[in-house]
Design a protein around this ligand. Structure first.
Ligand code: SF4
Ligand code: SF4
Length: 328
């Protein structure tokens, strides 16, 4: 008897049954919970697309297209203006944008913005009523010199926007050698190259000043006689600003105001300084000349450096006119 038969006999004697593996009972699966019966708010309810009947290919749907209706602009008699970018940091354009809703009112009612390398894809300077020129001119760069001359030819009013365009500002310190343009070493304010009509010094100029000048330019070109007179009164001092020269720094304030005993200690110069180069000691301004960037803001904000009776005498009427114009 072989081994297998002998083992079989032993199992038969012990009445051992070999159990065949059973198929395991299925694990009961819990029924999915019924969805809550509360009503779903209308705004959260799933959108069920209406089943649209298929359109037979030979039947065309009736067209529901409306005829083209063009938007009617409330004002069509706008002036045209643009931003010409010379050697500036774009801070003056940011100051323009800082008018927020006022900028929209300007663009809606008074100004068509026709040229701006930062914002508009127009490559050549077009004819325009007002050109806001930001930055000084590098006279080592032939293209910059040509562009500023072309701006003068194409624009009725040229505005020096900011201290770089008005006085040279920090670019006056340039001695060349920058990595990308090592040959650029001499920068001049635009008034040294072309005739400028209006100057807005400031690094950058205040957004309100830019807005006011844009409205005043509109009133000067398109307003009635009274509005033109008020706009002229407002713009005249800004037209005459650099009669004393196209450079200004704390030294001018020192020589022309403080050393002359004219200073009243009002603090306007220190508040205007963008680099905090002016402190007040014993009620009088002290300038740290190694910090001064020659923006001229202190000199132009000082009430004792120059004074415009035209603006002061008509200040309320001018501001009422500009504020009324800026109402949305
Ligand atoms: Fe400008 Fe200040 Fe210099 Fe005056 S002292 S020119 S505000 S940087
Ligand atoms: Fe003096 Fe003119 Fe300066 Fe006022 S703004 S503190 S008056 S220098």
């Amino acid at each position: 008897m072989g081994l297998f038969e002998r083992i079989l006999v032993i199992f038969q004697k012990k009445d051992v049954t070999v159990k065949t593996p059973q198929t395991p009972a299925p694990i009961p699966v819990a029924e999915p919970a019924a969805p809550p019966t509360e009503a779903i708010p209308a705004e959260r309810a799933p959108v069920v697309e209406e089943q649209r009947p298929a359109v037979p290919p030979d039947e065309k749907e009736p067209t529901t297209a409306q005829p083209d209706i063009k938007e009617v602009k409330p004002v069509s008699d706008k002036i045209t203006a643009g931003h010409v970018h010379m050697s500036g940091c774009t801070g003056c354009e940011v100051a323009l944008a800082d008018n927020y809703a006022g900028l929209l009112t300007l663009l809606d009612k008074y100004v068509d913005w026709v040229y701006d390398l930062t914002l508009i894809d127009v490559r050549h300077i077009p004819e325009m009523d007002v050109a806001l020129v930001e930055g000084s001119v590098c006279i080592n760069d032939r293209i910059s010199v040509e562009e500023i001359r072309e701006t003068r030819k194409k624009a009725k009013i040229v505005v020096a926007l900011g201290s770089c365009a008005t006085y040279g500002n920090i670019t006056r310190f340039c001695r060349g050698g920058q990595q990308n343009q090592p040959q650029h070493e001499a920068y001049l304010p635009i008034g040294d190259l072309i005739k400028v009509d209006v100057y807005l010094p400031g690094c950058g100029p205040s957004p309100q000043l830019i807005r006011n000048v844009c409205v005043a330019a509109y009133l000067l070109l398109k307003g009635n006689a009274d509005q033109q007179a008020l706009a002229t009164a407002y713009l005249k001092p800004l037209m005459m600003l650099p009669e004393r020269g196209t450079s200004a720094c704390f030294c001018d304030l020192m020589y022309e105001v403080i050393d002359q005993g004219l200073c009243i200690g009002c603090g306007a110069c220190a508040a205007a300084c963008p680099v905090r180069a002016i402190t007040h000691e014993y009620g009088k301004p002290q300038g740290q000349r190694d910090l001064c960037i020659k923006c001229g803001a202190c000199y132009n904000q000082c009430p004792r450096s120059w004074y415009s009776f035209d603006v002061v005498n008509q200040y309320e009427s001018i501001m009422e006119t500009i504020d009324a114009a800026m109402e949305p």
